[in-house]
Write a protein that binds this ligand. Structure first.
Ligand code: TYD
Ligand code: MG
Length: 481
């Protein structure tokens, strides 16, 4: 008798249970369990005992007929993939609806097709006419991309098995695909997983590179198929702020390349334009001369990126002050605030604190500590920071400013963009590579920096209303402690 394979599968993480329950014990999400047939993706007839077939074992040194990497012709895309699409690899591109995933992939496939590669674009969401319309808008109608609107994985695999092996196949999107081998409805975790498995098998067998497009849920996860993330070779997320035209492609996982690189694009009326110098873009709308802003000289992957940090520190009307941060790690902000309180006498417990990274960039480096601290103190004492200065350095729990990697690259980028000063860790001063013509203000501890900014505040205060007078660290302690 065939065993029943009905079970309750978490639509978030894919864990399976025998009975329904409100909370998934595996990922902790509520109300994500749905009944599915998890009979696996192997037909019952094959699941019976069969003798294993023998296969040939191969050596590591084998030669592939084509170059192992296929460069897309888009520098920013290649930077994130680590130099191009790897033969037989599967890449998942996630992002909010409307962010530009289909646009990006239409552009990339067209460039490859024009370069003479067999490239296939399978759309499960849009009709062929819609895809054509987009290509027309992008001026890419002449590119020999092979196009189809299909959702059956079996049909897709059979079709693509004919003729020359495609170099690249785009599946837009994996959530619309379905396979006969499982019973569940399209879009469920079981279907998505089984479809992805079939496509991954096809990629490994033939050597074609496959890009799967995945939707992102409101909380930022690639919807449901977190399971797919484990199966594919690389996961990329395409991000951007609704109101702004920048789009950032970021590697979340990459078996064949770095995960700290970003690719920067700008959405224009004619599709995505590559932005080769992101600093210029991120600094293009600076609020020059506003207290609470500091320019951070950061590194994203191998590339220096200058970006403005904006802070707002305002007296709170709530019992528990608000701490909101966009584009940076909230626990890092808490740490900087704690160090400011404990070592520099800056009392912030009666203030709401907001921190924003301009341009929709997300910073992961601890090197942003110093710039964040400078912006926060600048906002608190209402003193503008020098507009020609960049800041970088990690702050330790003891309030010491610690050195960070790649000082010369940061300074060079700052000099290139017309900055004249850098506030940086003491130990970075003597580093080989020179100062790139900047005047360096090395700070050893955060206290020094706070005192300097507070002095700017008090200097301002002398010619201004008395509210800003004598804004020294000691004063915060008396007034707000
Ligand atoms: P799309 O690639 O369809 O997004 P996704 O596949 O991630 O859902 O992009 C849709 C948005 O991009 C849409 O709001 C219109 C805009 N867009 C442009 O601004 N310029 C263009 O040249 C194209 C093709 C789209
Ligand atoms: Mg799309």
């Amino acid at each position: 008798m065939a065993k029943s394979t009905l079970s309750f599968v978490c639509q978030n993480c894919g864990a399976a249970y025998n009975r329904w329950q409100g909370k998934c014990e595996s990922c902790g999400e509520w109300n994500t369990l749905a009944e599915e047939d998890t009979g696996g993706n192997v037909p019952v007839s094959i699941r019976s005992k069969r003798k294993g077939r023998t296969f040939a074992l191969e050596s590591l040194a084998g030669k592939s007929p084509d170059a192992p990497r296929l460069s897309s012709g888009m520098t920013e895309l290649d930077r994130v993939t680590g130099g191009g699409f790897v033969r037989g690899s599967v890449l998942l591109v996630g992002g909010d609806p409307g962010i530009g995933k289909s646009t990006l992939l239409t552009q990339a496939t067209s460039l490859l097709a024009r370069a003479g590669h067999r490239v296939v674009y399978i759309s499960g969401e849009e009709a062929v006419a819609q895809v054509r319309l987009r290509a027309e808008r992008l001026g890419l109608s002449d590119a020999p991309v092979q196009l189809a609107a299909e959702t059956s994985v079996e049909d897709i695999v059979s079709t693509l098995s004919e003729g020359a092996v495609p170099r690249l196949i785009v599946i837009d999107s994996i959530q619309t695909m379905w396979t006969d081998t499982v019973e569940s409805a399209p879009g469920t975790v079981t279907q998505v997983r089984a479809s992805a498995q079939a496509l991954i098998r096809f990629a490994k067998k033939t050597g074609a590179a496959i890009i799967l497009v995945g939707h992102v849920t409101k909380d930022g996860q690639i919807a449901g198929p977190r399971v797919v993330e484990h199966m594919v070779d690389a996961v990329m997320s395409f991000e951007g702020e609704g109101s702004q035209q920048f789009r950032i492609l970021r590697a979340v996982k990459n078996r064949f390349g770095p995960t700290d690189e970003i690719g920067v694009f700008e959405m224009t009326g004619l599709g995505l334009r590559e932005v080769t110098n992101p600093s210029e873009l991120f600094l293009s709308e600076r609020d020059l001369g506003t207290p609470g802003t500091a320019v951070f000289a950061g590194i994203e992957g191998t590339r220096p990126v200058l970006v403005e940090l904006q802070a707002l520190v305002a007296p709170t009307s709530l019992g528990t002050p608000r701490r909101a941060v966009v584009g940076w790690d909230p626990s890092r902000l808490s740490m900087v605030l704690a160090v400011l309180e404990a070592h520099c006498g800056v009392k912030l417990s009666g203030h709401d604190v907001y921190l924003n990274v301009a341009g929709g960039l997300r910073i992961q480096e601890p090197a942003a500590d110093l710039a964040a601290a400078a912006a926060l103190v600048s906002s608190l004492v209402n003193a503008q920071l020098p507009t020609d200065a960049v800041y970088f350095g990690e702050i330790s729990l003891s309030g010491v400013v610690r050195p960070v990697a790649q000082t010369p690259a940061r300074l060079k980028e700052a000099a290139k963009l017309g900055f004249q000063r850098a506030v940086l860790p003491e130990s970075a001063r003597g580093e080989p590579g020179g100062d790139a013509g900047l005047s360096l203000n090395a700070v050893n501890s955060l206290t020094t920096l706070v005192a300097e900014i507070a002095a700017r505040g008090s200097r301002r205060g002398e010619s201004n209303p008395p509210a800003e007078k004598n804004a020294t660290p000691a004063r915060f302690r008396r007034e707000q402690g």
